[in-house]
Design a protein around this ligand. Structure first.
Ligand code: HEM
Ligand SMILES: *[C@@H]1O[C@H](CO)[C@@H](O)[C@H](O)[C@H]1NC(C)=O
Ligand SMILES: *[C@@H]1O[C@H](CO)[C@@H](O)[C@H](O)[C@H]1NC(C)=O
Length: 366
């Protein structure tokens, strides 16, 4: 069976009468000093709790070794190095070989087979398989694997008797998708649209004060949606302790603070006649543009964090954004054309007037 990530696969024979599972896992190394691990989680489809067999080059001899590890909760938090210890499951035998035989060397892309014979709990044939691979082993302690979405989807639940897989509905995955979609729409599209409305529709006399209501409406809605997305982000952060996306998190907080400031500032808006109005206006513009820029940059950061740096979702977002930028450019050009025409008319009129008055004054003098 081909596994869903890391080009890994697995083959097995299950003997129901003595509940013995003979299994081989096929994986690939991602570095000459890296590790490849496969294991079973007796309780749940996740990394923590997995009983794993990890293969890597022995630091002393350079030969391939396969050692057992129990991934207890401290491993994920990186509180202590991962140390080998005997498994508490019935592992009857295990071994590992490099594809290509004795002469094969461990390198990036080297294929490896991990063999294991286990005695399962009778009548419990649905097994959570967990696998992963990392770049580096410190002594005999494998260190953390990459954490892109692809590397974090290396779990599957298989009924070894029937061979059927159970799609474990992954709540965190759903939450991540919802977080991404909501934030891309609110911070990444609606807020910029709101700014565009304020910048360009304001000058259209026919619309009157409508631009203001449209602007305020779009921004308040976007901020409301953005707050929901932001809260989901905070919750996601709590759900995966030990994992910090420094930049994405910081930018998120900064954008949210600016957005809140902007919303709060609405309540302290001086009247049009107030002499502080112009300061409030520049403040509002500055914070507003900063917020839009941070929001858009962080949407791109989010794509990276989710391992969607080259996805159709990102392409779609880029298309939306470039359409918006295109609209902005044409509106900007249009505004300039109108401005220049007005200036020209103004100049002509002034010259005309000055011409007339000069003539007038000339004649009066004359
Ligand atoms: C030093 C060793 C290791 C460290 C420090 C480590 C750290 C982590 C961290 C921090 C995450 C959570 C990422 C997130 O959800 O945001 C994670 C997830 C994961 N790890 Fe590891 N890991 C280690 C070893 C292993 C090994 C040996 C395996 C498999 C044989 C493995 C399989 C997984 C899988 C499948 C996930 C995604 C599912 C989940 O979050 O439970 N890890 N790891
Ligand atoms: C289980 O049964 C198979 C044959 O059906 C046999 O090859 C294997 O050695 C048995 N395993 C144990 C642990 O008894
Ligand atoms: C496993 O299931 C079989 C029949 O399906 C039953 O006879 C047997 O007692 C069960 N064993 C355990 C340990 O539950």
């Amino acid at each position: 069976m081909t596994l869903p990530s890391q080009q890994a696969s697995m083959a097995w024979t299950f003997h129901p009468h003595n509940a013995t599972l003979d299994l081989v896992f096929f994986g690939t190394f991602i570095s000459p000093s890296g590790w490849v691990g496969w294991g079973i989680n007796p309780t749940s489809p996740e990394m923590t709790g997995t009983r794993a067999l990890i293969a890597f080059p022995d630091p002393n001899s350079g030969q391939l070794v396969l050692l057992p590890y129990i991934l207890d909760p401290t491993v994920k938090l990186q509180r202590s190095p991962l140390l080998s210890r005997p498994l508490d499951t019935h592992l009857l035998s295990s071994s590992a070989t490099l594809y290509g035989g004795r002469m094969a060397t461990i390198h990036n892309g080297a294929a490896i087979q991990i063999f294991a014979t286990l005695k399962l709990v009778p009548n419990k044939t649905k097994i959570h398989h967990v696998w992963n691979r990392g770049l580096y082993v410190q002594g005999y302690s494998p260190t953390i694997h990459p954490t892109t979405i692809n590397d974090l989807s290396s779990i599957t639940t298989i009924d070894v008797l029937s061979g059927s897989t159970t799609k474990g509905h992954n709540n965190i995955q759903t939450l991540k998708t919802v977080h991404g979609v909501i934030n891309a729409i609110s911070w990444g599209i609606l807020l910029p649209i709101g700014a565009v409305i304020a910048r360009y529709l304001r000058h259209i006399q026919a619309l009157g004060p409508t631009w203001f209501y449209a602007h305020a409406g779009v921004q308040l809605f976007a901020f409301f949606l953005g707050t929901v997305g932001f809260s989901i982000g905070i919750r996601l952060g709590e759900l995966s302790p030990g994992r910090v996306y420094g930049l994405h998190r910081k930018l998120g907080f900064a954008a949210f603070c600016l957005g809140s400031l902007q919303t709060l500032a609405l309540f302290f808006r001086p009247k049009t006649t107030n002499k502080f109005r112009k300061y409030w206006k520049s403040y509002h513009h500055f914070v507003g543009y900063a917020c839009v820029v941070l929001g858009v940059v962080n949407v791109f950061q989010g794509f990276e964090v989710m391992g969607e740096g080259r996805s159709y979702a990102k392409l779609g977002y880029c298309l939306c954004l470039s359409t918006l930028i295109g609209i902005c450019i044409s509106l900007e050009v249009n505004a300039w054309v109108i401005f220049c025409r007005k200036a020209k008319e103004e100049k002509l009129r002034r010259e005309g007037l000055i011409g007339v008055s000069e003539k007038g004054s000339g004649s009066s003098h004359g």
